[in-house]
Design a protein around this ligand. Structure first.
Ligand SMILES: NC(=O)c1ccc[n+]([C@@H]2O[C@H](COP(=O)([O-])OP(=O)(O)OC[C@H]3O[C@@H](n4cnc5c(N)ncnc54)[C@H](OP(=O)(O)O)[C@@H]3O)[C@@H](O)[C@H]2O)c1
Length: 419
């Protein structure tokens, strides 16, 4: 086979096969190439508790792994989890060389996997294909470095950037292809988050539906997360139907006790986090009756502790605006539909803007796709700190190239129910 870059690209493609099901573990891929260039083993991590990518690839390679080169998208693990560590397994199989795209910032690994291999006399190269592997593993890397899930904000907007008509109606701005694509985003997210305004207006179920998955690997439904500081949303409707998916309400200490009891009686979990200090006043929809809103950084930390690697936020404009101003948005996916809603329609981000262009947050376009009559645009913040967020927020956006982060142990306060 071809060179290191091509072999690692194949390992990344293998890893992608586990994207919907591996979380809370990373969707790692591995290929093993014999000295004559033949690919003798391929593997990807399918589900937490099941063998890691390296083990699948070594099993397929058998004796032909001896003296071969293993390409792994993430540093092989050094610790015993629910399955044995992979670095010693590569040593035992007698591979001659290991090529790693990205070091693992999990503090139980953080260079130890590479150390085990080198101590056994195996040649190790780090950083080959790091850009593609880091993009593939971005939610995992972000989670391990910050303790928070990667925050992906998704919205459907009109041609003039409106997310609902003046009366609050928003179903539907885009067509079936865009909506099916958004369901795939739900399926790859550990949590789908909405604000109280959206829950009241749209009565969403927040589940993914009508999707087919390769390899028979159907993921669990995401955790539905409602942010309701005051207890405005009644414990009824699809969002509180536990047969569809689990529900977590993140609320504040100011919530009415009756609301908490009703949510719990409906089968939802409830977490209380601090109310955001000096939360900006709400400007687009019915004002919150109870003062400060849920602290958004705390809410994301709650999800991080539950092992959520990617949180998909689905509106509305009030929540989006607050996340933007807090500097907590890591990715923005905008589905643009061919409809015009006018100046009275609801914005994409409610709340105060920069006042002048010099103060505007800037974003980089990372992908464009046509979906039937609509378009999907993917954006990322241009630079950390560009959004004028809090110190916590710039840390939250620290998902840069892992090649430049070798040895970053990052700290990992997250739950360890995976592996
Ligand atoms: N086009 C789209 O993609 C799309 C998607 C979703 C929604 N929508 C539309 O958007 C509208 C609803 O949006 P909305 O702006 O009225 O409401 P929203 O953003 O869904 O919810 C805002 C509410 O969330 C609660 N919240 C808790 N903590 C918060 C925090 N830190 N920051 C901000 N909010 C926090 C607050 O209520 P409490 O004080 O009670 O906690 C707040 O009033 C509907 O018309 C819906 O159809 C469109």
């Amino acid at each position: 086979m071809r060179g290191d870059e091509a072999a690692m690209a194949e390992a990344v493609a293998q890893g992608e096969r586990g994207r919907f099901t591996a979380a809370p573990n990373p969707w790692v891929g591995c290929v093993i190439v014999a000295s004559d260039g033949e690919v003798v083993g391929r593997g990807f991590h399918q589900r937490a508790g099941e063998p890691h990518a390296e083990v699948h690839a070594l099993r397929e390679a058998g004796e032909r792994a001896r003296g071969a080169t293993a390409y792994v998208t993430l540093e092989p693990c050094a610790h015993q989890g629910r399955t044995p560590p992979c670095a010693p397994a590569l040593v035992d199989a007698g591979v001659g060389r290991v090529v790693v795209a990205v070091l693992d910032p999990d503090d139980r690994v953080a260079g130890r996997g590479v150390d085990i291999l080198r101590a056994a006399g195996i040649a190790v190269d780090v950083g080959v294909g790091a850009g593609a592997a880091a993009r593939s593993l971005a939610p995992y890397l972000h989670h391990r470095r910050t303790g928070r899930p990667l925050c992906l904000l998704k919205t459907a907007a009109s041609l003039d950037g409106r997310t609902a008509a003046a009366d609050g109606t928003s179903q539907w701005i885009t067509g079936p292809d865009a909506r099916a694509d958004a369901h795939r985003l739900r399926a790859e997210s550990g949590a789908v988050v909405v604000g109280a305004g959206t829950a009241l207006a749209d009565h969403p179920s927040l589940t993914f539906r009508n999707l087919a998955f390769e390899d028979g690997l159907t993921p669990a439904q995401p955790l539905r997360v409602l942010l309701d500081a005051s207890g405005r949303v009644p414990a009824s409707g699809p969002l509180f139907d536990p047969t569809l998916a689990p529900t977590l309400v993140i609320t504040s200490p100011r919530v009415a006790p009756g609301a908490v009891a009703a949510w719990k009686a409906a089968g939802a979990e409830v977490e209380d986090v601090a109310a955001a200090p000096g939360a900006p006043p709400f400007t687009g929809a019915p004002a919150s009756p109870s003062g400060p809103a849920v602290d958004l950084a705390c809410a994301l930390e709650v999800l991080g502790r539950r092992g959520i690697l990617q949180a998909m936020v689905e509106g509305g404009a009030t929540l989006h605006g607050a996340l933007l101003r807090a500097g907590l948005v890591d990715r923005l996916v905008v589905y643009t539909g061919g409809v015009v809603l006018g100046a009275e329609g609801r914005p994409l981000f409610a709340g105060p803007g920069p006042g002048t262009l010099d103060g505007a947050s800037r974003w980089r376009l990372t992908a464009v796709r046509e979906l039937g009559p609509d378009a999907r645009l993917d954006w990322e913040p241009l630079e950390p700190g560009d959004l004028g967020g809090s110190p916590a927020s710039s840390e939250a956006r620290s998902g840069g190239s892992p090649a430049s982060r070798e040895g970053d142990s990052g700290g990992s306060p997250a739950s360890r129910e995976g592996d």
